[in-house]
Ligand binder design. Sequence first.
Ligand SMILES: Cc1cc2nc3c(=O)[nH]c(=O)nc-3n(C[C@H](O)[C@H](O)[C@H](O)COP(=O)(O)O)c2cc1C
Length: 448
Amino acid sequence: MRQIVLVGFLQAQNCTNLPASWRHPDSRTDSTSPDFYREIARILERGKFHLAFFDDRLAMPDRYGGDHTHTVEHGIRCVKLDPIVTLMTMGMATSRLGLGATCSTTYYEPFHVARLFATVDLMTEGRAAWNVVTSLNDGEALNMGRDGVLEHDLRYDRADEFMEVVLGHWDTWDDDALVVDKASGRFADGSKVRRLDYAGEFFRSRGPFTVPRSAQGHPVIIQAGQSGRGRQFAGRWGEVIFVTSPNIEFGKKSYAGLKEEAERFGRDPGDMLLCNLVTPVCAATRAEAEDKMAIIQQLPLEIDQLSLLAEALNFDFAAKGLDDVLTDAELASFSGIQTIRDRVLGLSGKKNPTVREFMQISHRGRPDDAIVGGPREVADRLEEMFAAPVCDGFVVAATYVPGGYADFVEHVVPELQRRGLFHQDYAGKTLRENLGLVRPAIGRWRVG
Ligand SMILES: Cc1cc2nc3c(=O)[nH]c(=O)nc-3n(C[C@H](O)[C@H](O)[C@H](O)COP(=O)(O)O)c2cc1C
């Protein structure tokens, strides 16, 4: 029987993906301390979450008005720690929880990323995952020594090669390459470690790679591309895919489409687990959850939304009034997450929506699409999406930390377990064992 996969959607920053969360009366305020992350990790592991995953962005939001003062003043995700280093503090506090972090294919070298994640995989005994992103906006480009963001599809063309180098390097040590025999003096079998010698259009890397294979073979690949080109990329490489769906009908089509995309690349669609983004606000009873939600809804500011929309769409909304319509040329210039634009166009039914409509329909920076309820109501909604199927699991966002996760683990996880929808315990030690993904043989990704 299929069972739900649960992923904690984490941020190594001063707030959750709801920027107002830091103002919540029950939020911890020490998000720059290791104990903050250790506590979240322990809560998720207590709730048998498969994976904790950190998003990333290589810049503070400052696209709105071309200035960061409002971002810092209001704490709109102005702190952004390195997710991989932060991840390790969680790894040291847990023994089964999978550990994922985001890393961009646009601003790093593939050899570096291959070594980084292969090392995390060894240091966590086979629990690592890499969320592959191509990055979004000019702020990131400027921080990383470029003039502006690369064109959308070109980012994915480069990313395809990037993956060939990373997975190529991960293939260059056979599982039994290490000998470590003091008596004979033989450390490793020289015939079982190869050079990659990769030379592509965008990347070159020679090897030999310097990190042996891990208990799970190599880190799990996470992806969240949503555009046509992004979904192609996800279908080729992704093992855990993050999706968002405005409704069940859309979600069902999107689910089937992504699985077909994987098949087109010669993959078994069962090797790909789709996790839908959800924001639960839960408590012991529906009435208590509604009281919690009433507090949360008071927290967001208009500027939170404008700043995050400007950041994600790579467009400066400060030049426009809230009720001004966006022109064709302005809409065409959005070079960040184009799915946000396309969904607002689709759901508004308008060719030229206003700035306010972008705020209302996208909900960016607001918790308006939260699932609010007691254990039964929240589990019902998750079960409906899982059964449709819209997804194979959920990437669970929090409206404040660590309480948002503690509530979910206390109230919803037992209800999902009671229904047989969620595992009672971890199946094994590695992330792949717990997700039910096969340990990849050398070169498996090349098949198809
Ligand atoms: C749950 C979730 C988490 C994401 N995390 C990140 C992230 O950490 N960094 C990032 O640059 N993009 C992130 N994205 C954005 C995707 O990588 C992708 O760029 C976006 O969905 C738009 O798709 P496209 O690139 O195909 O246009 C995330 C998306 C989702 C749904």
